[in-house]
Design a protein around this ligand. Structure first.
Ligand code: SF4
Length: 505
């Protein structure tokens, strides 16, 4: 839906931000000067008087001018500023659905990447927890609906996922950490990719990268020693770590094991692209204690793989999966993407059934997050097909795919245990992992909830250190750009060290 003019009675950046979060959730955008528009004007005002927050929306179109309003009160269950912002969003959302009759979105006014954290925060404050430690699930779900206008199903899903995570979160203390190592290479670049990944360069360039990465690993290992940390999880992601030539891949695993692997519970390697998995790499992972592997078909439709430039075949995925399964008793995670260009409900069902037939331990369903009309979208269309062929399923179709997938997965005893959201996500839904009982990826739960120290190594990796005294997360980020990372490695090592010292020294 397009609007020609937009006015808000506040210059505050945060008010603009929260207002546009709601508008974008309904695909409301400003029209370019030559675009046709559904409304000539949208004028929004928010007024706070005492405990009351009043929002007004005046719309102007060919039918005339109309004003709608909604008020709500602050009840001081959160920081006043945060609560006012949330109420402004709620008021606007209510006007858009109640008065303009726009269809609500599954997560209501929730916008953040980590919605489950909200439930964990409430539980920490003893909301919905009795004196005997019993948690009232319905009370949590009711509050999600009341505070964030999530739909009924999502309120139950968020509650369920949060409660399932509790034992995992409780398995960590102040001295328990995870280590993340980012490998920024892939064999080719998938056209929809938004990760900072590079096509694998020649061996001398890889060797130069490995040298710097080794310094980064050594420095992080020194921090582990200094503070007496226990490394609960190691996660090698990217990129596609298994795209490294075997010599470097083996050296990496050996180094990481030697430096971090003690009583480590989980050691994951993202193999991602099936065309990077062979007998030598499988042997290396077995030799160095890897106990979880991700192998991602994204779809089991060959025509889609070709369309999105993923350049591996369904057959290669099946072969790689079988090899991994035969090789060791590790957990295998598979990712699928809902909403890929040209796919419909039947394609999504077919892909899921084919992956389920392999009996993986974990299936993560992503919803494609692609800014419509973005350069990337145009690029895919230009490079592979004409724009007309580039056919993204509608939000409704993606929601239908996701609902059906959830039923099928639950029917096969896969339960949801971790989820996150992204901007421009198809169907306004979530990326969600389902697994068999006991097959949860501990690292993914820890990184999403940000309650455990994560030591980030490699380009695009972030170090996160919960600071309980200051009630905040201390962070340091390595450059996403490979050249910058290689050039400024000393700075990133020093930043990580400072962040840790702030909390632990
Ligand atoms: S394999 Fe993953 S990280 Fe690599 S280009 Fe494709 S989507 Fe991006």
């Amino acid at each position: 839906m397009k609007i020609k003019n937009f006015k808000l009675n506040s210059d505050a950046q945060v008010i603009h931000k929260v207002t546009w979060e709601v508008l974008r959730a309904f695909h409301i955008e400003l029209a370019d000067s030559d675009d046709a528009a559904d409304f000539d004007a949208f004028q929004i005002s928010n007024d706070v008087t005492g405990k009351k927050v009043l929002t007004r929306l005046t719309v102007k179109n060919s039918g005339g001018v109309q004003t709608f309003q909604k008020a709500d009160v602050i009840n001081r269950e959160e920081r006043r500023g945060a609560e006012i912002n949330r109420i402004i969003k709620k008021n606007l959302y209510t006007i858009l659905t109640r008065d303009l009759k726009l269809r609500g979105v599954p997560y209501g006014i929730m916008h953040g990447v980590r919605p489950v954290k909200i439930v964990h925060r409430w539980l920490k404050d003893k909301f919905a927890v009795t004196n005997h430690g019993v948690i009232d699930r319905d009370k949590i779900a009711r509050r999600l609906r009341a505070d964030y206008l999530t739909n009924y199903e999502k309120s139950l899903l968020l509650t369920e996922v949060a409660l399932r995570q509790i034992p995992i979160l409780n398995s960590s203390d102040d001295k328990t950490v995870s280590v993340y190592i980012g490998i920024p290479f892939c064999v080719t670049r998938c056209l929809y990719c938004s990760f900072p990944s590079n096509v694998l360069p020649a061996a001398d360039k890889v060797a130069a990268f490995m040298e710097i990465l080794t310094r980064d690993i050594d420095a992080a290992a020194a921090e582990v020693e200094r503070y007496g940390f226990n490394v609960q999880n190691i996660y090698i992601g990217g990129g596609t770590p298994s795209s490294l030539p075997i010599k470097f891949f083996r050296e990496l695993l050996e180094k990481v094991t030697q430096k971090f692997y003690r009583d480590t519970k989980e050691f994951t390697v993202e193999c991602g692209r099936p065309d990077t998995v062979d007998d030598d790499k499988i042997a290396a992972m077995k030799d160095f204690h890897v106990n979880r592997v991700c192998l991602n078909p994204q779809t089991m439709q060959q025509k889609t793989l070709d369309r999105i430039g993923r350049r591996h075949s369904v057959e290669q995925f099946l072969t790689a999966f079988e090899k991994l399964r035969q090789a060791a008793d590790w957990k295998i995670n598979t990712d699928l993407i809902l909403g890929l260009p040209g796919e419909n409900f039947d394609d999504a069902q077919d892909s899921l059934q084919k992956v389920l037939a392999l009996n993986p331990d974990d299936i993560t369903l992503h919803a494609l997050a692609l800014k419509r009309g973005s350069k990337l979208q145009t690029q895919i269309a230009d490079e592979v097909h004409s724009l007309a062929d580039f056919n993204l399923p509608s939000d409704e179709e993606v929601i239908k795919m996701s609902d059906a997938a959830e039923k099928i997965l639950r029917g096969k005893n896969y339960l949801p245990y971790y989820l996150y959201r992204q901007g421009y996500i198809s169907g306004q839904i979530e990326n969600i992992a389902y697994c068999k009982r006991g097959a949860e990826c501990i690292y993914n739960v820890q990184i999403m909830n940000e309650q455990q120290v994560i030591l980030g190594i490699g380009p695009a990796a972030s170090t996160k250190v919960p600071d309980k005294k200051e009630s905040r997360l201390q962070t340091s980020y390595n450059a996403k750009d490979l050249t910058t990372y290689l050039r400024d490695i000393d700075k990133y090592i020093s930043n990580r060290s400072k962040v840790l010292a702030q909390v632990y020294s």
